[in-house]
Design a protein. Structure first.
Length: 187
C-alpha cells in the first residue's frame, strides 16, 4: 500500500487553549515525512499553546481558523489529544461542525487519546469501533461505539476510515497507520 501523502493537505484541529505537544508534533512530522502538507486549524488566528502534561511547552502558528476552513479544503483530519484540547473543542459548535464535515465528506480521520470526545460531540461514533485513552471507554459506549483496548484501531464500517489510538506510547503505530490509510484514501 502506498505511504506517500504527496499532494495531500491534512488538517490538525487544535483548540487555542492548548494541546498535548507530542500528540501534535509527532503526527505533524509524520505527515511532513510522507510528503504531505499539514495545516493547523484553530479557533483564533495567531499561535496556540502546547503542553507537556500540565506544563506549558512550545507555541505553534495557526494556518487558518475553523471559521474560515471547510472539510472540503483538506484530504484528511488529525485530532491530537491531551485532556484540554478535545475538552475545549467539544464545547465549540464550529469546531465540532468542522470535524463532523470530514465524516460527511467521507474523508479519513485520525484521533488519539482523549480526542474521541470531539467525535462523540459530533455524533459520528455510533456503530463504529474505536480505541482511546481508557477513561473514555464508557463515554464511547454511551455514544453507541464499541471500545477496544488496542494500540491502534482502523474502523472502515462507516462513511469514512477512522483511525484511533490510545496514548502517546502508541504514537509510532498510530502515525504509521494513519499515513498508510490517508495515502490510500481517494487513490
Amino acid at each position: 500500500m502506498a505511504t506517500s501523502l504527496q499532494g495531500k493537505t491534512v488538517a490538525f484541529l487544535v483548540a487555542p487553549e492548548g494541546v498535548e505537544q507530542v500528540e501534535l508534533t509527532g503526527p505533524w512530522q509524520a505527515v511532513l515525512g510522507a510528503g504531505g502538507e499539514p495545516k493547523l486549524v484553530s479557533g483564533k488566528s495567531g499561535r496556540i499553546q502546547a503542553f507537556h502534561h500540565l506544563d506549558k511547552a512550545d507555541t505553534f502558528p495557526v494556518d487558518t481558523t475553523w471559521e474560515d476552513a471547510r472539510a472540503a479544503d483538506f484530504d484528511a483530519l488529525v485530532l491530537p489529544g491531551g485532556v484540554a484540547n478535545p475538552d475545549f473543542l467539544r464545547t465549540d459548535e464550529k469546531a465540532v461542525a468542522f470535524a463532523r464535515g470530514f465524516f460527511e465528506e467521507g474523508k479519513p480521520v485520525a484521533a488519539i487519546c482523549h480526542a474521541a470526545w470531539t467525535l462523540i460531540e459530533a455524533d459520528v461514533v455510533r456503530g463504529r469501533t474505536l480505541t482511546s485513552w481508557p477513561s473514555l471507554r464508557t463515554d464511547l459506549r454511551n455514544a453507541g461505539a464499541t471500545w477496544v483496548d488496542e494500540e491502534v484501531k482502523v474502523c472502515t464500517g462507516g462513511p469514512n476510515t477512522l483511525i484511533t489510538s490510545r496514548r502517546p506510547d502508541d504514537l509510532k503505530a498510530f502515525q504509521e497507520t494513519f499515513v498508510t490509510e490517508f495515502a490510500a484514501a481517494g487513490s
